[in-house]
Design a binder for this molecule. Structure first.
Ligand code: SF4
Ligand code: SF4
Length: 264
């Protein structure tokens, strides 16, 4: 079917308007000149897949960016991340998170160890900050402040609180405005959320198995390495697991603590 000249011109005009709108929306992202209060205020739960990806991309050791946060009230896990138990602190449930360090420009405040800060100036009294691993950032960071609906078809934008911490420190203030649907790419946003949900569900399964026989935090990186190495298998191996009813062949037993490992 051929379009009339006027229809083609209208579509071209509308496409141009959409392109300008998308570009303006991208330019006006709330993150653009933000001090990144979200990367300072929160303990950020990560999955095993996040850990393996960041280790491989940046040649970092587990202990350089992973930290376990005690979470007796479930305020960090928030029905999103699994809680793990460890033999060295058997009564305490922990959530595996990104490590935090002290801010370079705002002493006595904390920030994600991957957050890159610029010094405060007149225009930006809290500075401007950027994620140092943005293309490889963890799923939790990628999803914020959205979540999947129950049917895993739509992204729901959560309302963002004024501050990420109860204290009055401005450095922990969050987004300068609420987020709008136009701030998000409708395809990649859903794709990211689906992957985040998948990897956290898998990490929950790991927690169930680990927690049956908790070992020391010191051997946790070895456990993850062994499990994630086995995520790609040959068909005959898959067949033997199926016949054994061994759906998740996690090598939990027999992991010796690494004497060179340092606890976070
Ligand atoms: S990994 Fe990046 S986005 Fe996530 S908390 Fe750290 S700095 Fe922020
Ligand atoms: S606090 Fe909000 S606007 Fe600022 S970096 Fe985080 S998500 Fe972006």
């Amino acid at each position: 079917m051929r379009l009339s000249a006027s229809a083609a011109a209208r579509i071209e005009h509308e496409s141009l308007e959409i392109a300008i709108f998308v570009l303006e929306s991208a330019d006006m992202s709330p993150c653009q000149s933000c001090h990144a209060g979200c990367c300072r205020a929160y303990a950020v739960p990560i999955s095993g897949a996040d850990i393996v990806r960041i280790q491989n991309r940046f040649e970092l050791s587990f202990w350089e960016f992973v930290y376990r946060w005690a979470d007796p009230q479930g305020e960090i896990a928030l029905n999103h991340a699994p809680q793990f138990f460890f033999s060295d602190e058997p009564q305490t449930p922990y959530v595996v998170c990104l490590k935090q360090v002290e801010s370079e420009y705002f002493p006595e405040s904390s920030k994600c160890r991957f957050l890159m800060e610029s010094p405060p100036d007149e225009e930006h009294p809290l500075g401007v900050a950027r994620c140092g691993i943005h293309p490889d950032r963890p799923g939790t960071c990628r999803a914020y402040p959205t979540k999947l609906d129950d049917a895993a078809e739509l992204a729901i934008i959560d309302e963002v609180a004024e501050s990420g911490r109860p204290c009055a420190d401005d450095i922990y203030k969050l987004c300068p405005r609420q987020w709008e649907p136009a701030d998000f790419d409708p395809v990649t946003t859903i794709q990211d959320l689906v992957v985040v949900q998948y990897e956290m569900t898998y990490f929950h399964k790991l927690a169930l198995i680990w927690n049956q026989n908790p070992q020391s935090w010191l051997v946790f990186p070895q456990f993850l390495e062994l499990v994630y190495k086995k995520r790609v298998i040959k068909s005959e191996v898959a067949e033997s697991h199926r016949s054994d009813h061994n759906i998740l062949p996690f090598p939990v037993q027999g992991i010796a603590p690494n004497s060179s490992a340092k606890a976070a």
